[in-house]
Design a protein around this ligand. Structure first.
Ligand SMILES: [Zn+2]
Length: 95
């Protein structure tokens, strides 16, 4: 875990007009404890993915890497599984 936050994509633009395919409760998603991601089947045959680290930072959008569809994850940060090995750094809130 390094301190680089924006590694995946340059998400500088305001994430307001996203094309959300659906809203899914996190209970309906599958948690992969190895990859530390939640995933959910996408109609294209692939799956939506979102990292639990992103969820902890307030991100609630899961993206399918194949078709770029997005879903909004309905969750409470307190309901996320406890972080096993990452107590060292405080996450900074971006509001
Ligand atoms: Zn897809």
């Amino acid at each position: 875990m390094k301190l680089t936050g924006a590694s995946s994509s340059s998400s500088a633009a305001a994430a307001e007009e996203l094309d959300i395919y659906d809203e899914i409760e996190i209970e309906d998603m599958t948690y992969d404890s190895t990859l530390q991601i939640y995933h959910y089947p996408c109609p294209c045959g692939d799956r939506f993915e979102v990292a639990i680290a992103d969820l902890r930072q307030g991100e609630d959008i899961a993206v399918c890497p194949s078709c770029s569809l997005m879903i909004r994850v309905i969750f409470e940060v307190e309901d996320l599984p406890a972080e096993e090995d990452g107590e060292s750094k405080q996450e900074k809130e971006k509001v």
